[in-house]
Write a protein that binds this ligand. Structure first.
Ligand SMILES: [Zn+2]
Length: 176
């Protein structure tokens, strides 16, 4: 059964809101969510607001995403979206897949680091953490050290590396 997602856009000229249903794989990717049809009421193309529900990260979505450099779930902070403890088995699966593009592997690695980071207590200690997620994510990183070494990790943010790398016995590469 294919999950359907709803999308809306509100016309800037007349205030009318158009809605439509889109497939899970259309809803999943920024490029495919683009809706450039004119307002159904007045024909204007100016939009005051728009949005759509986003599917959860699943195998079908990652299957498309991992092979196509043009497809993005989000153009910014994609690793933060992917980096949820529940996603770890899928993140590792696609990290190890031969068909996954190197650029996507870096995002997956970063997402796994984000899971460690998000579940490590910080100085303020006011965030909710899950020890098991952190441990599992560290295990994934250690298990896949060889893949890690092959990739350019400059995409991974320094503040994340500072917390995560010591936990996996890795030093931060310097760009000299
Ligand atoms: Zn309109």
């Amino acid at each position: 059964m294919k999950e359907e997602h709803s999308q809306y856009k509100t016309c800037k000229a007349c205030g009318h809101t158009d809605e439509r249903a889109i497939s899970e794989l259309d809803a999943a990717f920024e490029e495919r969510r683009i809706w450039s049809d004119p307002c159904s009421k007045c024909g204007s193309k100016d939009i005051s607001s728009s949005g759509s529900s986003m599917p959860s990260v699943n195998r079908a979505v990652l299957e498309e995403w991992s092979r196509n450099d043009e497809l993005m779930i989000l153009s910014q902070d994609e690793d933060l979206i992917l980096g949820e403890g529940e996603n770890l088995p899928l993140l590792e699966e696609f990290l190890r897949k031969e068909t996954t593009l190197p650029s996507k592997k870096v995002t997956l690695l970063s997402a796994i680091c984000v899971v460690v980071y998000d579940n490590t207590p910080d100085e303020d200690d006011d965030k909710e953490i899950n020890d098991e997620f952190a441990r599992n994510a560290i295990d994934v990183l250690v298990r896949n050290e060889s893949i890690f070494a092959e990739l350019d990790d400059t995409y991974i943010c320094d503040y994340i590396k500072d917390v995560v790398y010591p936990k996996i016995g890795k030093s931060k590469k310097t760009n000299t």
